[in-house]
Design a protein around this ligand. Sequence first.
Ligand SMILES: CC(C)(COP(=O)(O)OP(=O)(O)OC[C@H]1O[C@@H](n2cnc3c(N)ncnc32)[C@H](O)[C@@H]1OP(=O)(O)O)[C@@H](O)C(=O)NCCC(=O)NCCS
Length: 208
Amino acid sequence: MSPKPNLLLRYMTVADLPQVAEIDQLSFDIPWSEKSYRYEINESNQSFMVVLEWSRERVATRWQRWLNIHPYVEHRIIGYGGMWFIAGEAHVSTIAVHPKGRGFGWGEVLLAGMVRRGLVLGADEVALEVRVSNRRAQKLYEKYEFKRVDVKSRYYRNNNEDAYDMRLDIQDSSTCLRFEERYEALFKRHQLIDDFSPYAPPHARLKP
Ligand SMILES: CC(C)(COP(=O)(O)OP(=O)(O)OC[C@H]1O[C@@H](n2cnc3c(N)ncnc32)[C@H](O)[C@@H]1OP(=O)(O)O)[C@@H](O)C(=O)NCCC(=O)NCCS
């Protein structure tokens, strides 16, 4: 039997882009360009791009060993997200899970990772826009206590749909406490390694 898969939340790299682009195209009417991803990953100091990666060591069977095939590690991106941190506001710019992986709690893991990154950065609030028709995503945000604060009229270019402006106040200490408890339980339940929320992006670490 193959060993249990490992789940890792980590910064997105350029090498992830083919898998990220596939999920983006399956998830959104207006996918991001490759240029935008490269900018967010390598250049922007305000951007925090994240992926949730599944990996499993494939152990070679007896006949594979006989054929000199060695064990190898299989990697797969389940979902991704993006956040900007500007003037005390953590803004979720994107979040998506591969259609085949939805409903298993991975969207929640990505959102919790980004909110926690916002907390570590000292944000006052986490904000995002969501289509008024996107009930599934709104339910996820509501579960994390985001509140609808406004409607942005004709926000989406492809069909002029309105957006809800949803916000989570992370200055409020009881909200923060409830979030931290939820985050701890979630990451423990999925036995996830979080290499994202506690750390600065790799390109920022290289700067003097
Ligand atoms: C929104 C999205 C990221 C959620 O990811 P997911 O992995 O399917 O969601 P999870 O399994 O983590 O579910 C977390 C919560 O979201 C809500 N939710 C998820 N699927 C739902 C559904 N089909 N109907 C209603 N609520 C749903 C629930 O509150 C759920 O919590 P619960 O299981 O305790 O009830 C995913 O559906 C997606 O990629 N959608 C396409 C892209 C998109 O719309 N992104 C949001 C842009 S604003």
